[in-house]
Design a protein around this ligand. Structure first.
Ligand SMILES: C[S@@+](CC[C@H](N)C(=O)[O-])C[C@H]1O[C@@H](n2cnc3c(N)ncnc32)[C@H](O)[C@@H]1O
Length: 418
């Protein structure tokens, strides 16, 4: 990393004060590139001492909240939490994970455990979308649709995100996608859409519901009073779309460059639940960070001054102008995010970013250093020496489906406004 100084994180430091209940609650579903709960815990456990306020008065915000792992850990310290993500699926999952259900809603969730096979009848008119039959057998899809109709009867209730999360995971589980991949892909392991009976699908759904019921137990812990939880779909680059106007602490892991297509990762669920019309789809394609370049006037000017002559820039440019453009777009998006956060964070506030170094055209991009340099230009300053975590034991995706190498370490960057 050249001129970039960092210290290493010891495993023992990471394990301190990490409760297994939180890990259980985080495991109610899969989502690509979740924050590692231990890292969130490591940075958050001392955060209470940095503010002269009761924990529930400390507002934590995640501008890329994904399925809410960071916020779950923040909630375990009694902080009030809020977050945005550009995609609806992770926001609903985050709601399921972070919302304490009252007794009435817990009972509603339990009714799922009493469902019988005849409650989920096969459908005659199946929804159809491009390649649907590649992913699901007709009968399987019909049973899923019946369950969808059943959970939709609770659409306006607080229990809906929990039921959605359970069914959304089943949708993935009974599709032709391998389990354990980041983005559902068909492969030699899944040459045809698998067969499941009505009973098997119902059983899978009930198991997921049971996990969510178990996860609700963390809320009986006194550390989880019921602080404010505000989550919505929104764009990290436009603070008028955020559910909150000011905050004390930002903790997040943004996309690491253009490696993961998050939208595709939830495309089965998005289509199944009909969560995107054409306009939404178009908006998300243009707004999501880390995909094809959409800043028409993007140029190397967006790079922080200190990076303009970096070797990674020259090397990627010589291999692929297009890939350079795409990483420049990414850099511009992260710059805008820092700018928007700067406007809304309270004085004395802190922003913590966890970031890894992706490979672009076979070249490792030192994103941690790039972020520090962007942040400085956007009036943020490093508050602590960056910490490096080597994530060998924390790899989240057992099966790789990508031509690039997996991220081998992550950096924890802590900033204050300058
Ligand atoms: C690494 S994941 C976040 C993990 C999350 N912090 C956690 O605690 O598990 C990155 C997220 O950024 C979201 N994202 C991408 N572009 C975005 C944008 N413009 N605004 C908000 N979220 C965005 C993706 O949908 C994805 O969920």
């Amino acid at each position: 990393m050249g001129d970039f100084e960092s210290s290493f994180l010891e495993e023992t430091e990471l394990n301190q004060g990490m409760s297994n209940d939180i890990l259980d609650a985080d495991h109610i579903h899969r989502y690509p590139a979740k924050m590692t709960p231990k890292i969130a815990n490591y940075v958050l456990k001392n955060a209470c001492n940095e503010f002269d306020k009761e924990p529930d008065k400390i507002q934590v915000f995640d501008p890329f909240c994904g399925s809410g792992t960071t916020l779950l850990v923040a909630r375990s310290y009694g902080f009030s939490v809020s977050g945005v993500d550009i995609l609806r699926v992770p926001v609903l999952i985050a709601k399921a994970k972070l919302t304490k259900l009252n007794n009435q809603n817990l009972k509603r969730l339990q009714t799922a455990l009493d469902l019988d096979a005849e409650d989920i009848q096969t459908f005659n008119g199946l929804d159809s979308w491009e390649n649907r039959d590649i992913w699901f057998k007709d009968e399987v899809y019909g049973y899923l649709m019946s369950l969808r109709d059943w959970i939709n009867t609770y659409q306006n209730k607080y229990v809906y995100p929990a039921l959605f999360t359970a069914l959304s995971q089943v949708v993935w589980d009974v599709s032709a996608a391998d389990s354990g991949v980041i983005v559902p892909t068909r492969s030699k392991r899944s040459p045809v859409a698998p067969d499941f009976s009505q009973e098997e699908i119902l059983e899978k759904f009930k198991k997921r519901v049971e996990k969510i019921l178990l996860a609700q137990k963390i809320f009986s812990n006194s550390k989880f009073p019921n602080p404010n939880v505000k989550l919505s779909t929104g764009d990290s680059k436009n603070n008028s779309s955020w559910p909150i106007d000011n905050f004390d602490l930002v903790i997040t892991s943004p996309p690491y460059g253009d490696g993961i297509n998050y939208r595709r990762a939830v495309s089965l669920q998005t289509r199944f639940f009909g969560l995107e019309n054409e306009d939404d789809g178009e908006f998300i394609r243009k707004t999501i960070i880390g995909r094809a370049s959409y800043h028409h006037d993007i140029s190397e000017k967006t790079l922080p001054n200190k990076e303009k002559k970096s070797r990674w820039v020259t090397s990627i440019r010589s291999r692929s102008e297009k890939r350079l453009e795409s990483i420049l777009s990414y850099v511009q998006d992260i710059r805008l995010t820092f700018r928007e956060l700067r406007e809304k964070i309270n004085p004395q506030g802190k922003a913590i970013f966890v970031i890894g170094h992706p490979e672009v055209s076979g070249i490792k991009v030192p994103l941690s250093r790039v972020l520090v340099n962007i942040a400085e230009e956007e009036e943020w300053q490093l508050a602590e020496t960056p910490i490096c975590d080597s994530i060998k034991n924390r790899v989240q995706t057992p099966i790789r489906r990508s031509s690039t190498n997996p991220i081998s370490e992550e950096y924890i960057l802590q900033f204050r406004c300058s």
